[in-house]
Design a binder for this molecule. Structure first.
Ligand code: GCW
Length: 675
């Protein structure tokens, strides 16, 4: 057995208990799950021989924020079966022991303990991450804007780097490490080739240096035409030897600056981005060529399967059609990154059938944490239920990514409660077995209220608000499997009628809802596009029939007559009216919950969310009024009088056009001036 000598370090400051963050953290410009309170007691004992920048951070966090019994940190021996980057914790009144096979495991153990000071009290607790790669994808442009970002500008101040370094870079790394995220793709998948220039790689290297001790690897999105744009090569054909040489050289250059660089994320032949198909090659040709360049350095290629073209049938089938035939053709260090649903991050989608069709290929899920389609930074939509719903259908796969909702706003995420979505993504990437309620409970008690001082009914209402909020958005935007009823471009408000001259049909709502005098919904059954045929049995048969298709996906898979009897006994039309109204009433309920919770929430946070909920309610009504009145033109059925009486006329609603870009949430003032 190894000789172990303990080094005890005792600090004598402040009295505030750690683990229970100040209430209202979310509003203060701080990360709600990080410990900030300082303590005088943090005693840490480290196994001799363990020393690294990561261990230094672990110790610093304990010394600064832990006020329990002394903590002993141990490196485990080979015989101990704790998984890579995992940890075990046990504690008694007199000591706490953290065991881990590696430095990062120790850091994760420390953050777990700080988050839950009781961890390991009732017996040894052992954890290790479920997915090896747990990444954030930033859709940040080099000019500081963020595609589909609603929390200000990019955190990365490219014009200041590499010389000037914002303190927020380290805070970002700390926040991610504390929830187990271990990688960040820094730039937009609609990638500027410039990111691979020497000038930018030097900036990237500075970020990588800051993130490294926190276990966060840096990755980059790359533009497939980079050799042409940066170095005037006549082609980017992946089989051309000059192109291969260019990428090999570029990989070597990157690794000389960033020895632990993670790899590339690629959006190719999608929405106008260049790719191997421009040169008559396949996705596999393109991905494998990049993979070969990265392989000597242990880098990976994450190749996105978000592809569709206007010419082909049903957009929901296209990723599968394009990628499934390539199963088994990808190199070992290629991972196919697939959006959770087959279309595009809608409030509710069935899982993408590609996940069950790539048995010989590594695949990873891409979730969208930023709320492109769920009310931007104006709506409360806690997304963990959406993701756990996905896990119910699909598991396991190899890695996971979330499109970040982070920007340089003081509160990091625009809507202060949207920090919960960043948190939930990290927690689920660590352990997809956690329930959405468990995670909401963790977050609420750290970020929003002091659980011990909040009456149980108030706390339960807040928890209920979180847990139902995504379903409420589904109800007031697009219930029963409806999808993509959004206004063109900014994806904020309702435009089921939208017609843009010259626009691709698959970018327009009518393509998706197919309302007519008979009914509503997209027929993807065997008699329609047969998208159901891409799902494995028995799910395929279940989805194929109107009778057995889960009602939350009904209009996704079927064109259903307006008078179809739903399980409740109501007609489809009645059920649609009920759902839209239920969504509106849910938001009214959230306002009451919020009011009830006022005494227990910091005033600043209270006021901020109160304003956002008011906007959310107006938006919910806007959605309800627009969709129901528009669809009523086809159903020729009445909208219940109590709803109809408070509706704004459809002609007025059709005149609303939000003059906003992709990069901003509309302000309440703008919305009020238009509606
Ligand atoms: O969700 C859509 C967005 C685009 C995005 C694209 C993608 C980055 O509207 O803004 O581009 O998907 O995922 O590539």
């Amino acid at each position: 057995m190894r000789h172990i000598k303990f080094l005890y370090i005792i600090f004598l400051l402040s009295l505030i208990s750690c683990g229970s963050a100040d209430t209202g953290n979310a509003a203060k410009g701080t990360i709600s799950w990080l410990p900030y309170a300082s303590t005088d007691k943090g005693q840490v004992c480290v196994d001799e021989g363990i020393s690294s920048p990561t261990i230094d951070i672990a110790c610093r966090e304990l010394r600064g924020h832990w006020d329990g019994a002394p903590v002993n940190i141990h490196r485990t021996t080979d015989g101990d079966a704790i998984g890579k980057n995992g940890f075990a914790i046990s504690q008694s009144d007199s000591q706490v022991d953290i065991y881990a096979p590696d430095d990062l495991g120790i850091l994760y153990g420390v953050y777990a303990l700080l988050r839950n000071p009781e961890l390991g009290r009732d017996g040894r607790v052992e954890e290790s991450p479920f997915y090896d790669l747990r990444l954030l994808n930033h859709w940040d442009n080099l000019n500081g804007t963020i595609e589909r970002g609603y929390a200000g500008k990019s955190l990365w101040k490219w014009e200041e780097l590499p010389d000037s370094v914002s303190p927020r870079y380290e805070e970002y790394a700390r926040a991610n490490a504390a929830i187990g995220i271990n990688g960040a793709v820094l730039n937009n998948v609609n990638a500027s080739p410039k990111i691979l220039s020497e000038e930018y790689l030097k900036k990237v290297a500075v970020l990588a240096d800051i993130f490294r001790p926190y276990g966060i690897k840096v990755y980059l999105s790359v533009n497939f035409a980079s050799p042409m744009v940066l170095d005037s090569l006549p082609t980017a054909d992946p089989l051309n030897p000059e192109v291969v040489k260019w990428w090999t050289g570029k990989a070597d250059e990157i690794y000389s600056l960033i020895p632990d660089f993670g790899g590339f994320l690629v959006k190719a032949n999608s929405e106008g981005q260049p790719g191997p198909m421009d040169f008559g090659r396949t996705h596999a040709d393109g991905a494998n060529m990049l993979a070969e360049a990265l392989k000597p350095h242990d880098g990976v290629v994450m190749w996105r399967a978000f592809v569709y073209s206007p010419a082909d049938a049903d957009r929901a089938k296209q990723a599968y059609l394009e990628f499934q035939p390539l199963d088994g053709k990808f190199a070992d260090n290629v991972i196919i990154q697939i959006k959770n649903g087959p279309v595009d991050f809608q409030p509710r989608e069935p899982y993408s059938p590609l996940f069950s069709a790539m048995a010989q290929t590594d695949v990873m899920a891409e979730f969208q944490i930023t709320q492109e389609y769920l009310g931007h930074a104006n709506h409360l939509a806690y997304l963990a239920p959406m993701w756990t719903e996905f896990f119910d259908y699909v598991q396991p796969f190899d890695a996971i990514a979330g499109v970040a909702n982070i920007g340089d706003d003081d509160n990091w995420t625009g809507h202060p409660l949207a920090q919960a979505n960043w948190y939930a993504f990290g927690r689920l990437a660590w352990n997809p077995q956690l329930t959405s309620t468990q995670i909401a409970d963790e977050w609420l008690s750290m970020a929003l209220v002091d659980k011990a001082r909040t009456p149980e009914d108030v706390y339960e209402s807040l928890l209920g608000m979180f847990d139902t909020s995504r379903e409420a958005v589904v109800d007031y935007m697009m219930p029963l499997g409806l999808h993509h009823l959004f206004a063109f471009g900014h994806h904020y408000g309702p435009e089921p009628w939208c017609d843009v001259e010259g626009a691709r049909p698959d970018w327009l709502p009518k393509y998706y809802h197919r309302a007519d005098s008979i009914g509503l919904g997209f027929d993807r059954s065997p008699s329609g596009s047969n998208a159901v045929g891409q799902y494995p049995e028995p799910l395929r048969s279940q989805l194929a029939s109107v009778e057995t298709c889960p009602e939350e996906f009904l209009l996704w898979f079927h064109h259903v007559p307006w008078s179809h009897r739903m399980k409740s006994g109501n007609t489809l039309w009645e059920e649609l009216c009920i759902a839209y109204q239920r969504g509106v009433e849910k938001v009214e309920e959230y306002q009451q919950t919020w009011e009830k919770a006022e005494p227990y929430i910091s005033p600043e946070l209270y006021a901020d969310v109160e304003t956002r909920l008011a906007t959310q309610l107006k938006d919910a009504k806007w959605w309800r009024d627009a969709c129901l009145q528009y669809f009523a033109q086809y159903s020729k059925m009445p909208i219940p009088a109590e709803i109809a009486s408070e509706m704004r006329p459809l002609e007025e609603l059709m005149k609303i056009h939000l003059p906003i870009t992709n990069y901003k949430s509309p302000t309440p003032a703008l919305l009020d001036s238009l509606r």
